[in-house]
Ligand binder design. Structure first.
Ligand code: HEC
Ligand code: HEC
Length: 361
């Protein structure tokens, strides 16, 4: 595994160096041509913690987001010309990949992990199941260069974009002139993804006291149970404390998780606590997509947690593995989890596929 880790470290440091020098910090970049338009600024919902990323050097603009949207749904970003970001990250499923346990990339190659939802990324300190990426601008590189995903190089993508007449005006509108660089491409994708805030679920309306929305009996019972049994890890209204933990999926994990990044055996089998927003839509679940239903997930916590040296202590209290849950309690928790679905996010036109190719497979 050392070699895997070293390969990744080398890859990220090369990527960073290359971006700084080739992609270019260009102090003379003209200001974006368009001032912020309504609906295109990062709004912080009242019940959310402060954002981790505020787009200081990359202010969100309507044209920047629009460029990001075209890039996100453009299959030119893959070597085969068939896989867009939006092929795996599908809006109707909160930008997770419904129906695939692990990702499917070019030539139907299988990736190693489940495609996570993309939402509220500006509030996340790090990305990927193992936290291997710590800046939103770098988050697309993993998929672009991974042979099992888009299997492409940034240089080749830039060539393709330069040869596609529609892109010049879009780069000009977003960044002030025609120049098509890696830094601008990544920044436009960051603006697009950073604007994806999901905060209008029934639960949000309820906690913010909006529109007279109340939870029903089962949902209220589920919320209480969730607060007692789940919220120590799935914390705050983002439903994650951003930590890396082993929730007992395997006694001997096939995927080392956080250990891949830290090389520390104490991190074996630890994965980022995922947000549970829109969780009704993001099946299958866990880093490897092993569970299809929320019921499977609750059965796991109630009676299938596996012991190992890195199992989270919260899942082994008083010598008992897992979280005791009756059938009724499982049902109530699921009713509560479904109040986290944000229908407006799933059809928000600002994030919709403008090309129509990404969802055809
Ligand atoms: C073949 C499927 C696939 C494609 C195509 C793809 N991704 Fe992903 N994406 C994934 C998987 C799988 C992960 C999780 C990887 C991991 O944890 O190691 C991921 C993770 C991410 C994350 C981190 C999310 C989080 O919450 O940590 C972002 C952001 C992201 N992708 C953006 C993009 C962008 C932008 C593109 C297009 C350039 C793209 N992805 C293309 C499968 C894909
Ligand atoms: C000890 C911390 C911890 C506790 C307590 C905990 N979880 Fe989790 N949860 C995690 C971690 C870590 C993952 C990701 C594990 C992985 O993919 O390997 C996860 C994943 C999930 C997922 C899958 C989400 C996805 O996008 O794939 C759901 C659903 C979930 N938890 C619900 C719950 C519920 C409901 C409870 C309470 C009954 C609960 N969790 C308690 C840490 C915890």
């Amino acid at each position: 595994m050392n070699t895997v880790r070293n390969r990744w470290l080398l890859f990220w440091s090369l990527a960073a160096v290359w971006l700084l020098y080739a992609g270019g910090c260009r102090p003379s970049d003209p200001e974006p041509a368009t001032p912020p338009a309504p609906g295109y600024e990062l709004t912080v919902p009242r019940n959310f913690p402060a954002p981790k990323f505020t787009f200081g050097e990359n202010p969100i603009t309507k044209d920047g987001v629009e460029l990001g949207r075209f890039l996100f749904f453009d299959p030119r970003l893959s070597s085969s010309g068939t896989i867009a970001c939006g092929t795996c990250h599908r809006q109707l499923f909160a930008f997770a990949d419904h129906g695939h346990d692990k990702s499917h990339g070019v030539n139907d190659r299988r990736g190693e992990r489940n495609t996570p939802a993309l939402q509220n990324l500006a509030f996340m300190p790090d990305f990927m199941w193992d936290g291997g990426v710590t800046h939103i601008d770098f988050s697309p590189l993993n998929a672009i260069q991974n042979p099992a995903e888009m299997d492409e190089t940034v240089a080749s993508i830039l060539d393709k974009l330069k040869n596609t007449p529609a892109y010049k005006p879009k780069f000009r509108a977003a960044f002030g002139n025609d120049s098509i660089t890696s830094q601008r491409m990544l920044r436009a994708l960051s603006q697009f993804m950073g604007l994806m805030v999901s905060s209008n679920s029934k639960y949000d309306n309820y906690v913010r006291g909006e529109n007279g929305i109340a939870l029903n009996g089962s949902e209220t019972a589920g919320l209480r149970l969730f607060q007692q049994k789940c919220a120590s890890c799935h914390a705050t209204d983002l439903f994650t404390d951003h930590s890396f933990r082993n929730n007992g999926l395997d006694a001997t994990p096939a995927d080392l998780g956080r250990e891949r990044i830290t090389n520390n055996p104490a991190d074996r089998g630890k994965f980022r606590v995922p947000s549970l927003r829109n969780v009704e839509r993001t099946s299958p679940y866990m880093h490897d997509g092993r569970f299809v239903t929320l019921n499977d997930v609750l059965n796991h916590y109630a009676s299938e947690v596996k012991d190992s040296p890195t199992l989270d202590p919260l899942l082994k209290q008083n010598g008992r593995l897992g979280i005791p849950l009756t059938a009724q309690e499982k049902q109530d928790i699921i009713a509560f989890l479904k109040t986290l679905t944000d229908p407006s996010f799933l059809v928000d036109k600002r994030f919709a596929d403008p090309i129509g190719t990404a969802n055809q497979r």
